[in-house]
Design a binder for this molecule. Structure first.
Ligand SMILES: Cc1cc2nc3c(=O)[nH]c(=O)nc-3n(C[C@H](O)[C@H](O)[C@H](O)COP(=O)(O)O)c2cc1C
Length: 206
């Protein structure tokens, strides 16, 4: 079967494209607005982009044609925190995806704890296995109204990792138990069923 994206529209196109990159990690993004109110929401259009400089990227769409609270806070304050989602906070992360009014502290509302970050104004989520503090580098607006997306580049300035998910000074994926998102619906995956593949070396013909 061949599918040409230009023949699909709206939700059908969104759902189809969301299934082309699976599984996806979830950035549970915590921010603060100019009045000091906290916000948190999940975004799976998310990747660690470059190492030098250390940059990650998020793609955040519009909600009924309006910028989402996360984007408005990042633009106004200039930073954000990406909290990774494990099996313990996956329910709370999902709850935070509901469209709360801007004056609701979503971190508290979903039963999580906001704590002060080290280098940014946005709070981090205490229960996350690890959190990544980012300063806003650049926002690229892609697409036409009303479906425009804000592509947010964040410069990583600090990482917080719980001791219990570390092994020999590194984040241990088997301990961190991060969950992934599959497609666009309600399907998620665990990352604890793993296997190892050694990196091959090219063997020139004898
Ligand atoms: C697992 C998951 C992943 C999501 N990924 C995205 C995403 O990549 N981009 C996006 O615009 N919305 C995404 N959403 C929807 C937002 O979380 C939702 O619109 C949220 O209400 C935005 O909150 P805010 O207005 O507080 O920023 C996702 C939702 C879930 C549950």
């Amino acid at each position: 079967m061949k599918i040409e994206p230009s023949t699909l529209y709206g939700k059908e196109l969104h759902d189809f494209l969301s299934s082309t990159v699976i599984p996806r990690p979830i950035a549970f993004v915590s921010t603060v607005n100019t009045e000091g109110r906290y916000n948190a929401a999940p975004f799976s259009a998310f990747a660690r982009l470059t190492v030098d400089p250390p940059v990650l990227v998020l793609a955040i769409g519009r909600s009924k044609g309006r910028k989402k609270d996360t984007v408005r806070n990042i633009e106004a304050v200039g930073d954000f925190v990406v909290n990774m989602v494990d099996e313990n906070i996956v329910q709370a992360m999902n709850q935070a995806a509901a469209e709360y009014p801007p004056d609701v502290d979503e971190i508290k509302e979903v039963g999580l704890t906001a704590i002060k970050s080290a280098k940014v104004k946005s709070p981090r989520i205490a229960e996350a296995p690890f959190s990544v503090e980012c300063k806003l580098m650049q926002i690229l607006e892609l697409g036409e109204k009303p479906n425009r997306s804000s592509i947010i580049f964040g410069h990583i300035v600090m990482l917080h990792v719980k001791d219990e998910v570390m092994t020999n000074g590194k984040i241990d994926p088997l301990k961190a138990k991060i969950v992934g998102r599959l497609g666009d619906g309600n399907l998620y995956c665990y990352t604890t069923n793993t296997f190892s593949l050694g990196r091959p070396k090219y063997q020139p013909p004898a």
